[in-house]
Design a protein around this ligand. Structure first.
Ligand code: MEV
Length: 327
């Protein structure tokens, strides 16, 4: 039996625009997905998802598409949960040259699903690390990041950046621009997260931005402007200038809102954080619902979010300097 965990993340800047080659800066946070893997002596997979902030389920299935798992949860949930696991296992079979490997896989996570905190990247990264090690192969973190990216690409119909998976594999603050992924220095950031209890459909949201960008030149310009904010944000990050970071996050949220990926509950939480004195606040991840990230060293933002209609949970998130690790 082999166990690995990998962190979730928040985007300080640059989600969506990163899909079109602009830079982005995600930061790993101390919320993890933990994946336990045990080899089987056949080529089947058994997935046990206990704690994904949804009803847990266990399914066992083979490779035939005609095989529908007999469980009492929605098919779309099964597809979402098993899609990333299937794609990860394909990467593991290829990396270890074991085309017929089968596994019992247990996923536990304290990262809400589809809420902008990188749950799928964390599960994919941890699954690839645990399953390859289970077969006696230890991959360097950049190869895990690359294979996890390829798994995400497959599940998300070719629409994904390297940002989520690289950040989860490496930990800390990172900068991603196209294929160029690197760790960057970050000061202690007073990160507060607000969660509306919902989730967005990353594929649909990314496709929506693509359509807008193709339809309107000013939408394409908006995507480029997000890139400009990220470049300015990198300087503020290097200088540890929290007020400037906050201002730029506010600007970034405005442009994401213009691109149609915010929601009423995300906007409510962003405004509650700003009114409470946060240096800045924005949605994080694909949007449509899920989480916002704010910067506030005081307790005011958390207190305000607790009383904000539509906010289901709020917590302080420490930067996690450790990426994927053996448990
Ligand atoms: C989703 O967490 C972030 C997006 O930029 C998509 C991606 O980078 O793959 C919306």
């Amino acid at each position: 039996m082999t166990v690995s965990s990998a962190p979730g993340k928040v985007y300080l800047f640059g989600e969506h625009a990163v899909v079109y080659g602009e830079p982005a800066v995600p930061c790993a946070i101390e919320r993890r997905a933990t994946v336990t893997v045990e080899s089987r002596d056949d080529d089947r997979l058994r997935v046990d998802a206990e704690d994904l902030s949804l009803d847990g389920f266990t399914i066992e299935y083979g490779r035939g598409t005609d095989e529908t798992p007999d469980v009492d949860v929605s098919e779309s949930l099964i597809r979402a949960a098993t899609g990333y696991i299937d794609a990860s296992v394909e990467q593991v079979r290829e990396a270890t040259d074991s085309p017929n490997a089968g596994f019992d896989i247990t996923v536990e996570s304290d990262i809400p699903l589809g809420a902008g905190l990188g749950s799928s990247a964390a599960v994919t990264v941890a699954a690839i690390d645990a399953a390859t090690r289970e077969l006696g192969v230890s991959l360097p973190s950049d190869e895990i990041a690359d294979r996890a990216y390829r798994a995400e690409l497959e599940v998300q119909d070719g629409e994904a950046s390297r940002a989520d998976t690289f950040c989860s594999a490496t930990g800390g603050a990172v900068r991603v621009e196209g294929d160029d992924c690197r760790a960057i220095e970050a000061p202690d950031l007073p990160i507060v997260v607000g969660f509306d209890g919902g989730a967005g459909d990353t594929g649909k949201l990314v496709a929506g931005v693509r359509t807008l960008r193709e339809e309107y030149e000013f939408a394409a310009d908006t995507v480029e402007s997000i890139g400009d904010i990220v470049r300015q944000g990198e300087r503020a990050l290097a200088e540890g200038d929290i007020d400037e970071l906050g201002k730029l996050m506010n600007f970034n949220h405005g442009l994401l809102e213009a691109l149609g990926v915010s929601s009423r509950s995300l906007d409510n939480m962003v405004w509650a954080a700003r009114d409470a004195g946060a240096s800045g606040a924005k949605l994080t991840g694909a949007g449509g619902g899920g989480c916002i990230v704010a910067l506030d060293p005081s307790d005011e933002t958390e207190t305000a979010l607790r009383f904000t209609p539509g906010c289901e949970d709020t917590f302080r998130a420490e930067l996690d300097t450790e990426g994927v690790r053996e448990e």
